[in-house]
Write a new protein. Structure first.
Length: 335
């Protein structure tokens, strides 16, 4: 099996020579993720519709990135493979689907809840078995603390997506991203910064980026607008649930053929490509939306051990508490 020469936005040139990783990357389930945008809606840092499914901003690029990050820091092979497939169950439009199919969209956990079932419906169990992996072990996140932990801890997933999105949005230069990576180490299965200043800088960047992009008002409005577009298409049977397990573009194409005869679906589509489609107004609103918020409280090393940023800087205790609360918005669509 030929190695894959891979050039990653965050980690640069890499050689992927693990036969299991190569087969997974080349599998249909993994290749599908090249057509699933990381955000699922038009990112708030651009008004260019063509930025949807930017090759560097897909679930595929992020998944390979998590794999490369875990490999770079010497995670066990099983954890690397678990990282590679951690987003395999994302539908088209990523976390937008939480506003379509989940009863608790602000938690954004629909993909996690369906992960095991979806993986077992793909070719991945056969691939994993062929390479000597135990499927149940790979699917159990408690085995892999570097790959996935609860907020506000750091994990490979969060490290990769914040640096990847930061570089793409030009809010974090590659040099800064490299500084963060060079200042990270692994101790007892936990991500630890080598000094406090870098840990605090990373936490601050993560919080600012998250509040502006992951849980900002525009993001909330676009989550809801895109969800209403997909819900309408499902109700009118323009698409099916199974179609959602293809790609963003495939779903858009299925719905777009109905634009000439359905002015309402065309109007809903216009909203998801226009950041100016809504007005915040707590006194005159039609939409009441909650949006997941994220914050991290990294560990850093010092002479006597490791501590969290919030243990050294008490102001971060309240910042983290507020940063983890779902954000609440009241707005109405302008059209």
């Amino acid at each position: 099996m030929n190695p894959i020469h891979y050039n990653d936005l965050v980690y640069g040139e890499a050689m992927i020579d693990d036969p299991a990783a190569i087969e997974i990357i080349n599998s249909p389930a993994m290749q599908r993720l090249k057509g699933v945008d990381q955000a699922g809606y038009l990112p708030t840092w651009t008004e260019d519709v063509e930025k949807l499914n930017d090759p560097e901003h897909t679930r595929f690029a992020h998944s390979v990135g998590v794999y490369l990050l875990l490999k770079k820091f010497g995670a066990p092979r099983e954890e690397q493979i678990a990282g590679l497939i951690h987003d395999i169950s994302h539908t088209a439009f990523s976390h937008v689907i939480d506003y379509v199919l989940s009863s608790s969209p602000a938690q954004q956990n629909y993909q996690d809840e369906t992960h095991e079932t979806y993986v077992k419906s793909t070719e991945l169990p056969l691939i994993l078995s062929r390479h000597g992996f135990n499927l149940e072990f790979i699917l159990d996140d408690t085995n892999f603390p570097l790959k996935e932990t609860d907020l506000p801890d750091l994990c490979a997933d969060r490290i990769d997506y914040i640096l990847r999105d930061g570089i793409i949005s030009a809010e974090c230069g590659r040099e800064t991203a490299n500084d963060y990576l060079e200042n990270l180490t692994v101790k007892n299965g936990r991500w630890v910064f080598k000094d406090y200043a870098e840990a605090e800088a990373f936490a601050d960047f993560f919080m600012r980026f998250s509040s502006r992009h992951f849980s900002g008002a525009v993001t909330a409005a676009l989550f809801q607008a895109t969800a209403e577009y997909l819900k309408s298409a499902l109700e009118k049977k323009y698409i099916t649930i199974n179609d959602l397990y293809t790609t963003d573009q495939a779903v858009r194409d299925l719905i777009a053929v109905h634009f000439p005869a359905d002015a309402d679906i065309k109007r809903l589509h216009r909203r998801i490509t226009d950041h100016r489609c809504f007005a915040l107004d707590a006194n005159n609103y039609t939409q009441h939306i909650f949006c997941k918020s994220r914050a991290v409280d990294p560990l850093f090393q010092h002479e006597t051990g490791v501590s969290r940023v919030s243990e050294k800087n008490k102001e971060w205790v309240e910042k983290i508490q507020n940063g983890l609360k779902p954000k609440e918005y009241y707005f109405r669509y302008i059209y």
